[in-house]
Design a protein around this ligand. Structure first.
Ligand code: C5P
Length: 407
């Protein structure tokens, strides 16, 4: 997996800085070319010369940015980041994690993190007492939510001096995490993924419509995560307040029929379709051209069925991976399982929308994943971004299996 890959090694500063030297050597033994960016604290523990003599190319120093940086250094930082397949930060101290979480790019290493658009692995080291602090946990969670990988074998279980040895991290564990991250990227990279998101709006008259409370957050998180894994993403979205992630082709629509037309237009190229949109099942049978007046005591609106976009896709599925969502208020698993087979899905994300604390408008959700064989995987409450990553992991597993187990 690591053969002929270029890995950017960001070296933090702390008692475990020497582990970064071991990681560098282990990556090289696995066939990777390793470039290095060191942090402001690194040289307090290990001299930059150690990395300069081992790395495959120049080592970027912390001051190689802004003030002290010459044009040459600036270009070499960009060049390094652009050519890197992955970035690994060792040791990722709480201070470095906090800087990364805040996007505080005041030194070359954090700048490299922001510029890099491939997988990023943090070999997180902390004493238990530090990690217990809510701010440290918050920062770690922010990185996870941004799709970064925390390899946290370096978190001490307790803070007893006797446990000092537990505060350690094995180079092999870090390198395994890098290889796993690259493997994940490979399967989706270059594939076309269609994601539908948000609600649809079905006009009643020029100023009124039927809709639902879907925020689009899960679909947008999926689009961003799939893009970061190297996919070509087409995000077909009903009206939301969200901004489309960079690098994604966004197709805004309003009604279910418009969404179906947009899906049809793009589906031929798609390897994966994820239908997270909350499509209105019904629309007013006649579009009323003028605003409805309130003269009458009652008003009846006849509704007719919208096309079931996902069922249509399932009927002409080919080799495509199809993922649906099931928002239910009762009999969640039974209803979701029925939809998996009815719509020929590979995976359904079953969502109990009767709980107001999670789901539609929230930033978090708790769902069950159900696969084509009826296997049920209950997931804990997690951020919608973390959920997006989990869904994409399962999609990749299906793609990998379909291509005969080769990632
Ligand atoms: O059958 P139900 O509407 O509960 O199924 C939900 C799934 O089907 C979601 O993935 C949703 O995006 C999709 N769907 C669709 N077209 C519809 C209704 C739902 O594609 N008209």
């Amino acid at each position: 997996m690591l053969q002929d890959k270029t890995i950017l090694l960001g070296v933090g500063g702390g008692p475990l800085t020497s582990t970064a030297v071991e990681v560098l050597r282990t990556l090289q033994r696995a066939g990777a070319g390793v470039r290095v960016v060191i942090s402001a604290e690194t040289e307090t523990f290990v001299p930059g010369l150690t990395f300069r003599s081992l790395a495959d190319g120049d080592v970027i120093m912390p001051g190689d940015l802004y003030g002290r940086m010459g044009a040459q250094d600036f270009h070499s930082l960009h060049g390094l980041v652009k050519n890197a397949d992955g970035l690994v930060v060792v040791p990722a101290t709480p201070a470095l994690i906090a800087k990364a979480a805040a996007g505080l790019a005041d030194e070359a290493l954090v700048r490299a993190m922001l510029l890099h658009d491939g997988p990023t692995v943090f070999a997180f080291v902390a004493r238990a007492a530090e990690y217990r602090h809510p701010l440290a946990r918050h920062n770690v969670q922010r990185l996870r939510d941004a799709g970064m990988i925390l390899c946290d074998a370096g978190v001490a279980e307790t803070d007893d001096a006797a446990d000092e040895l537990g505060w350690n991290i094995a180079a092999a564990t870090v390198v395994d995490a890098v290889a796993a991250a690259l493997r994940q990227t490979t399967v989706l990279s270059g594939r076309t993924v269609i994601i539908t998101a948000g609600p649809t709006q079905e006009p009643i008259d020029p100023v009124r419509h039927i809709s639902n409370t879907s925020s689009g957050k899960t679909g947008f998180a999926l689009a961003e995560a799939a893009r970061q894994r190297g996919a070509e993403v087409v995000l077909i979205t009903g009206p939301t307040h969200l901004q489309a992630p960079a690098g994604v082709t966004c197709v805004p629509v309003r009604t279910a029929v418009q969404m179906r037309d947009a899906v049809r237009q793009h589906v031929a190229a798609a390897d994966v379709v994820i239908k997270s949109a909350a499509v209105s099942d019904f629309r007013p049978a006649t579009a009323i051209a003028d605003k409805i007046k309130k003269e009458d005591a009652t008003l009846s609106i006849t509704l007719e069925r919208n096309p079931d976009i996902l069922a249509e896709l399932g009927a002409a599925k080919g080799n495509r991976v199809l993922v649906g969502f099931a928002a239910e208020t009762r009999d969640l698993l039974a209803n979701a399982k029925r939809k998996v087979s009815k719509k020929a899905l590979d995976l359904i994300v079953a969502n109990d929308v009767s709980d107001p604390a999670i789901g539609f408008a929230s930033d978090h959700n708790r769902v069950h994943l159900i696969d084509a064989a009826g296997g049920v995987e209950p997931l804990p409450v997690m951020s919608k971004r973390a959920l997006a990553e989990t869904i994409l992991d399962r999609v990749q597993a299906v793609l990998t299996q379909r291509q005969g187990g080769t990632a």
